[in-house]
Write a protein that binds this ligand. Sequence first.
Ligand code: 5RP
Length: 258
Amino acid sequence: MACLCRMAGRHVTRFPCPRPRAGASPIPVSQDDDKRAAALAAVAEVRDGMLLGLGTGSTAAHAIAAIGRRVAEGLRIEAVVTSLASEAQARTAGIPLRPLETVATVDLAIDGVDEIDSALRAIKGAGGAMLREKIVATAARRMIAIADGSKRVAQLGAARLPVEILPLARAFVADALTRLGGRPAIRGGEDAPVRTDQGNIILDCHFGPIGDPATLAACLSAIPGVLGHGLFLSEIDALYVAEGGLVERIERPAVTPA
Ligand code: 5RP
């Protein structure tokens, strides 16, 4: 059983881990152990009857595996996926899937992040799936981010910000991103650009510390040819983050009407 305690308005969940014998060295906790611990804690929120949004990446893969195990034990849910890779994993795990084009609302989305700050604003898309991930996160009544502790940052911008673009707008968008202060690079290189699951290309853009993420997000969305970007500023409702085997849950504070 996990134990849940509250500390200064935050929820800290401890998961059982094998206790070393007296005098033995502590059992090391790897980054992947932390990804798994965060994912398992988030999956505990899944209930019968939910329509889930399944994220992409190594942390989301732990969540998909855990959901698959619960489906094998009798959990009744359906899911939409954010990438072809997650679709393949979910099918193998026996998770019933619905096509994204038939779904307007999702009960609960669970996905990883590349960077996340204390206001639950994130950069996503190192796996190249940020366009579908943004659709699913926005369609979700509740969106949970899952991460190991290395993803926490004081300020967004150390990670490159991925921007999915129409291939024919490549030079135009790259120029616009440069004028916004970014340093764009085509993922995969000019000669062999990586194609997204939708057949588009990605400009990974380094902005350095992002002082005003909302203004940057609005500027990116206004560039013709930009189909999506990895700034997730308002979608994430809660974060499960694990460090050294300890999982902390952080909820976005409710906005009080003025
Ligand atoms: C994919 C993503 C991933 O969720 C993000 O890159 C985190 O990946 P990982 O869990 O492997 O660290 O946004 O587009």
